[in-house]
Design a protein around this ligand. Structure first.
Ligand SMILES: [Ca+2]
Ligand SMILES: [Ca+2]
Length: 227
């Protein structure tokens, strides 16, 4: 029994190390010490509004919050320039995605939460790439994760064109030159709804390395030799 317990503990440690080592953070905001320059705005060219920073609450703590203050306009959380960095996230296409923790206290019966990326948003060659997920609206935190691959239906609209389902080539194109990232911050226009955001993350996941498997084999081998 002692041996089994020890082995399970070793496996748990190995799994934790493996998970930590395998995901590469390309962009991240914890909101643990401030709003990190995020705002809320009516899309790429819209007016920015300040968001509230909450030092407590969140996942596990520190988050930003937007309260819908304008009628008839939808607002999105808008990523800061420092979050976007150079704007090249193409290494995560077919190999990563974007995730965040999100909460809302007011919404429709089939509320959607949307994530959108813009490229060259003020140029004739610009594009918007977006995806939606059905949201749970009960004031509690939920985690949303959108893979940069066919597991998520990404839509694209190039300037002057109709929306279309995005191809891998489209994902590569936009995600190599991102100049804006937007997440739903207003669920019901003109009503007193609150939306909260924490842990926006763009990540890539390298193919599972042989190292973790090798380590596992070594542990099992060592146990067997001792037995
Ligand atoms: Ca946080
Ligand atoms: Ca509004």
């Amino acid at each position: 029994m002692t041996r089994t317990t020890t082995l399970i503990a070793a496996l748990a440690t190995l799994t934790a190390v493996s998970a930590t080592a395998s995901a590469t953070t390309l962009a991240y905001s914890s909101f643990d010490t401030g709003d990190e320059g995020w705002t809320a705005q009516q899309g790429p060219a819209g007016s920015p509004y300040a968001v509230n920073w909450n030092p407590t609450g969140g996942v596990p703590t520190g988050n930003i919050n937007y309260w819908d203050q304008t009628s008839y306009d939808a607002e999105w959380f808008s990523a800061s320039a420092s979050f976007l960095g150079g704007g090249d996230f193409s290494s995560a296409v077919n190999n990563g995605g974007v995730s965040f923790d999100w909460a809302a206290d007011l919404g429709s019966a089939a509320q959607m939460v949307q994530i959108a990326f813009t490229m060259g948003s003020n140029q004739s060659s610009g594009a918007v790439l977006w995806a939606d997920a059905v949201a749970t609206v009960d004031g509690h935190w939920y985690h949303y994760d959108f893979g940069f691959d066919p597991s998520t239906t990404w839509m694209i609209q190039m300037v002057g064109n109709s929306p279309a389902v995005a191809t891998a080539s489209d994902l590569n194109n936009v995600l190599s030159a991102v100049d804006g990232m937007f997440i739903t911050a207003d669920t019901v226009d003109g009503m007193d709804g609150n939306v909260w955001l924490d842990n926006p993350l763009i990540y890539s996941v390298p193919a599972p390395g042989a190292f973790a498997l090798f380590g596992l084999a070594s542990i099992v081998g060592a146990r067997r030799r001792r037995g």
